[in-house]
Structures are given as structure tokens and as C-alpha cells.
Design a protein around this ligand. Structure first.
Ligand code: ATP
Ligand code: MG
Length: 438
């Protein structure tokens, strides 16, 4: 077609109707340039004389030069290689046949279970549900984790950030919720995490039962920034499909910070000006787009858990600060709590569910407020208690808080694999609150 000497595999790609119009690779300097008449968002295949085609996306152009970014590691590229335009926009497989599967950002299987078949393709880029058509959050979303269901009750369609430093238990908590929740479908995006963590997460944390109602999209940290960004968008498109079917979807992304970092790499490649901590403007746009596409629509809803890595516990770091403003609630995990062997290491006093009062009755809210008061009273005098400077009898409130604390801690602590029904959590919460007379 182009008069190029290509091996049979590449020639067959050229012959498929999707591939039209071609050009040649001009330069590879961070961005790749190619004299191809392609639009921003188009996909192209760079065809080496031997080996697999390298897929790339057009992210800009100047005169007749298109700027391309590869999806996979671009090795062995040479000037003058053939580049073919594949068509507009990324499509991902969707549908029930995808349940139990692990795919990459381009919808290719990663689980060795054979090709993805009978999964209708859908464009990745779709608009967020219109603001006025979104159903309000009215029903509780039961996570099975007592500390969350009692003190930070979530709602169906809520978007919750899980904020913590590294190794404090974000991924474990996500897995617990994905397993224990009553969502019809879990869509799990593992973005920019370490490759060695993927299999343990799927096999041990999620387990066969969790996997059977989950679709997992993986882009590990060594993959190109474009792949990491597109994988999270593909995951949202898949969740969006299930929501469109009227299902209650649980969407999990681990981690949103790594998505922001990938978008920063792309933005810097494109020449965007770096602002706070080197994050470029498109990073914040990407985060807003991601969060806004989740939540409730006119039918169905996507409840979302998004992990945010906070370096050194700095909640005012730009990504943490921005995401906290976007989501409908944040759960803060604290290293000091984890160091005491207290899991899940949720710092209830610094965490908020903004929809809690909409999804539980007044009695429940009142009980949760009482329990917060017990914790706050205890925290105020904790230093005195530790050095033995608090004299019992000085304050009836403090005495009561000290008395109730072991029971409360037992209630908030939870082992991996242990699930609590909403009724059990409610009973436990009311029992503790009833013992607080103030
Ligand atoms: N609920 C739990 N019960 C017991 N141990 C836990 C629990 N949650 C986390 N841990 C311990 O903390 C370690 C780190 O947990 P996890 O991988 O979930 O953290 P993370 O915040 O996702 O880390 P990273 O930032 O590295 O991704 C685990 O290997 C485990 O030892
Ligand atoms: Mg993790």
C-alpha cells in the first residue's frame, strides 16, 4: 500500500480497513514526530521491519508534523519507519464477559485466560453524567469495615479518597472493601503500582470470589505514562458501561497519585508549564475529569474509592489537597496507628464522609457523634495518661472515656477477612454510645 518492504504480519495490519494513511517516523526525542496527516487523539502504529508494531497516540502537531507518544516501550525505532494511522480514539472491551478478567489499558488480556471475546467495544472518552440528572446519594454503601460503616458511613455513588503514606494499609483496605461490599460489579484499576504486588492483590486480597465479580485493569509503574493514563480512563469507561446497565458498581483506583504523576510526565513532554511541585495544569484537569465521571447517573451508580499517597503525611501537598476538594469524603490512614499494630489504621478524627448524614437516621448520627466525643476526650488527655500525670476522679468525662476506650478500640479494630454486617455495626455503635452519658 505504501510501497514499503514489510513482513507479512505488518502487511496484514496495513490491509485491515482501520489502518489508513501513512507517514514516516522523523524523530524520537521524548516525543516522536511523523509526517502523517492525523488529528489529536488518533492512534497510529509504527511498523518496525521485524517485531510487533508499536502503538502510539497523536497528542499534538505543528504544520504537517504530528507529535506521537507510544503506549509501549519504544525500542529499536529508526528514522524513516512506516507509520500508519489507525483511527480515532481508544476503544475498550466491555460487558459481562469481562468479569473475572485482567486486562491492560488497551484491553489486551494479562491473565493468560485466552483472548477477550464477546465484549462489545466502547469509546474510552465519554462525557460525565449531566449534573442535573445525577441521582442524589440516599442509600448507605456498606463496606463491611466497622470503623467506616459506623463513623464514616459511605453512600452509594459516593467518591471517597483514601489518604495515607506508603505502606500504611491502603491496598489492603481497598481489597477488604471490594470483597465485603454488596456492589454488583467491582472495577479495579491498578495504576503505577509495583508489578510484584499485582498477583498477591488478586489472589490473596481479592481471592477467587472477589475476582468473579471484578474486572481488573493493570498498568504497572514501568509502563509508559500514556499507558498509565489511558488504563485509568479505560477502567472508568468499563465502570461507566456497567452503570449504564443500571448496576451498582464499585470503582477502585490504586493509586490516583500515580495517575497524576503519569499525567505530569505527559504534560511536561508536551511543554506545559510546571506549577506546584512540578505538576502541570493538565494534571488537575485529569483528576477532575476522573472524579466527575464517577458517582451516580440517572440510572445506576459508581461508588468510588481512590487512593492518594501522602508523602510524610502531608495532607496539604498539591494532589492530596486538590483531591480532597473534589471527593465527597476522605478516609485518612495514619502511620502512627499502624505502628501500634492497629488495623485498619483509620484516623477517624481526621476523616470525613460528607454524605453520612444523608444515608443514616438521626439516632445513628447521634451515636456516631457520641463516639467521636469519647475519642476526642481521650485524645486530649492521652499525653497526661501516658506519663501517669492524670489523676483518676479529676474529670468524670475523662474517666468514662478511659473506661470505654478498650471496648471502642476492639470495635474499631478488624482483622483481614473479617466482615461485619451493617446491623452488627449498628448494634456495636449503639452499645458504646449508650454507655456515654454526656
Ligand atoms: N488490615 C491489616 N491487618 C494487618 N496488617 C495489615 C493490614 N493492612 C495492612 N497491613 C500491613 O501493612 C502492610 C502494607 O499494607 P498495604 O500494602 O495495604 O499498604 P499500602 O498503603 O497500599 O502501601 P503502598 O503505599 O506501598 O502501596 C501489609 O503488608 C501488612 O503487613
Ligand atoms: Mg498499595
Amino acid at each position: 500500500m505504501l510501497g514499503l518492504d514489510m513482513p507479512a504480519m505488518n502487511r496484514s495490519i496495513v490491509q485491515t480497513p482501520l489502518y489508513r494513511m501513512g507517514g514516516r517516523l522523523k524523530s524520537v526525542t521524548g516525543l516522536m514526530t511523523c509526517n502523517i496527516p492525523a488529528a489529536v487523539g488518533d492512534h497510529c502504529a509504527i511498523l518496525p521491519n521485524d517485531g510487533e508494531p508499536v502503538l502510539a497516540e497523536v497528542i499534538g502537531f505543528e504544520n504537517d508534523q504530528a507529535y506521537l507518544v507510544p503506549f509501549d516501550a519504544a525500542e529499536n525505532l529508526r528514522p524513516g519507519m512506516a507509520v500508519l494511522r489507525k483511527g480515532k480514539g481508544l476503544m475498550v472491551p466491555t460487558g459481562r464477559n469481562l468479569l473475572g478478567r485482567v486486562i491492560d489499558g488497551l484491553g489486551r488480556p494479562l491473565d493468560g485466560k485466552g483472548p477477550i471475546t464477546d465484549c462489545p467495544l466502547r469509546p474510552v472518552n465519554r462525557p460525565a453524567p449531566p449534573a442535573m440528572e445525577r441521582q442524589r446519594i440516599r442509600e448507605p454503601f456498606v463496606t463491611g469495615v466497622r470503623a467506616i460503616d459506623s463513623m464514616l458511613t459511605c453512600g452509594g455513588g459516593q467518591r471517597v479518597g483514601i489518604f495515607a503514606g506508603s505502606g500504611v494499609g491502603k491496598s489492603t483496605l481497598l481489597g477488604e472493601i471490594a470483597n465485603g461490599s454488596q456492589a454488583d460489579v467491582n472495577v479495579i484499576a491498578l495504576i503505577g503500582e509495583r508489578g510484584r504486588e499485582v498477583a498477591p492483590f488478586l489472589e490473596d486480597v481479592l481471592g477467587p470470589e472477589g475476582m468473579a465479580r471484578s474486572v481488573v485493569i493493570v498498568a504497572t509503574c514501568e509502563q509508559t505514562p500514556l499507558m498509565r493514563v489511558r488504563a485509568s480512563q479505560a477502567a472508568i469507561a468499563i465502570a461507566d458501561y456497567f452503570r449504564g446497565e443500571g448496576q451498582n458498581v464499585l470503582f477502585v483506583i490504586d493509586s490516583l497519585t500515580r495517575l497524576a504523576m503519569a499525567q505530569r510526565e505527559l504534560g511536561l513532554l508536551l511543554g506545559e508549564p510546571p506549577s506546584s511541585r512540578g505538576y502541570t495544569p493538565s494534571v488537575f484537569q485529569t483528576l477532575a475529569n476522573t472524579v466527575e465521571r464517577l458517582g451516580n447517573a440517572a440510572v445506576g451508580g459508581i461508588t468510588a474509592l481512590l487512593t492518594v499517597l501522602v508523602d510524610g503525611g502531608d495532607m496539604d501537598e498539591p494532589i492530596a489537597d486538590y483531591v480532597r476538594g473534589l471527593v465527597d469524603g476522605h478516609i485518612v490512614l495514619d502511620r502512627k496507628i499502624a505502628e501500634r499494630g492497629f488495623y485498619p489504621a483509620i484516623d477517624v478524627s481526621r476523616s470525613v464522609s460528607r454524605v453520612a448524614t444523608d444515608v443514616v437516621d438521626r439516632e445513628f448520627s447521634k451515636a456516631a457523634r457520641k463516639v467521636r466525643a469519647i475519642m476526642a476526650t481521650h485524645a486530649e488527655v492521652l499525653d497526661l495518661i501516658r506519663i501517669g500525670a492524670y489523676v483518676r476522679g479529676s474529670s468524670p468525662q475523662v474517666d468514662k472515656a478511659i473506661e470505654l476506650m478498650p471496648k471502642l478500640e476492639k470495635f474499631l479494630k478488624q482483622d483481614v477477612g473479617e466482615r461485619a454486617t451493617f446491623e452488627e455495626t449498628r448494634t456495636g455503635l449503639f452499645q458504646i454510645a449508650a454507655a456515654w452519658p454526656f
